[in-house]
Design a protein around this ligand. Structure first.
Ligand SMILES: [Zn+2]
Ligand SMILES: [Zn+2]
Length: 189
């Protein structure tokens, strides 16, 4: 049995959190970890009790959605709310953090930033991290752990089956392949 690596486990957690995002522009998740334990998590969304972008559209000023609070901020503020120290912690984020979050991460005493996806990586953020001795490392999520392309895969298999039928493949064989595909994807349909 293969155990998944810690960095994959925490990065997967951030990707799961991103699925809770309420902003339609970008879904981000962040997990704060200390001594291999998850101490907080966040996603980008509205202030508690506020209206959601997914319901009423984004509130865009200067090309930014101002309604939402970023995933990294939410995770750090969760620690503030419950009095959990972030000193020497690590953060796993789905996307490279923006400048504001970069500053908050450094100021919270977080020492390592793992991110999965390059996103408008600001050179000034890299400068600040290096000045503060914060390590930054890209950790891409292994798709064997969380499959975020299931819908596309189902569509791909469906298209292949149609092509096979059109190409005049044996009807019995096609039926068997259909059943096999239905079994594999049944929990998603
Ligand atoms: Zn929004
Ligand atoms: Zn941010």
């Amino acid at each position: 049995m293969n155990r998944i690596e810690w960095d994959q486990y925490f990065m997967a957690q951030s990707h799961l959190l991103a699925l809770r995002s309420t902003c339609t522009r970008l879904a981000v998740g962040a997990t704060i970890v200390r001594d291999k334990r998850i101490i907080a998590g966040g996603y980008n969304g509205s202030i508690a009790g506020g209206t959601h972008c997914i319901d009423e559209g984004c509130y865009v000023i200067d090309n930014h959605c101002v309604r939402t609070i970023h995933a990294e901020m939410n995770a750090i503020l969760q620690c503030a709310k419950f009095g959990v120290p972030t000193q020497n912690a690590e953060i796993y984020v789905t996307h490279f953090p923006c400048l504001q979050c970069c500053k908050a991460i450094i100021q919270a005493g977080i020492k390592v930033v793992y991110y999965a996806i390059d996103y408008k990586n600001h050179p000034y953020a890299m400068e600040l991290y290096s000045q503060a001795d914060v390590k930054v490392e890209q950790v891409e999520l292994d798709e064997m752990i969380i499959d975020l392309k299931t819908k596309e895969k189902i569509q791909f298999v469906a298209d292949l089956l149609i092509k096979l039928t059109e190409a005049g493949a044996d009807a019995k064989e096609i039926t068997a392949l259909h059943e096999q595909a239905n079994k594999l994807f049944s929990s998603y349909v």
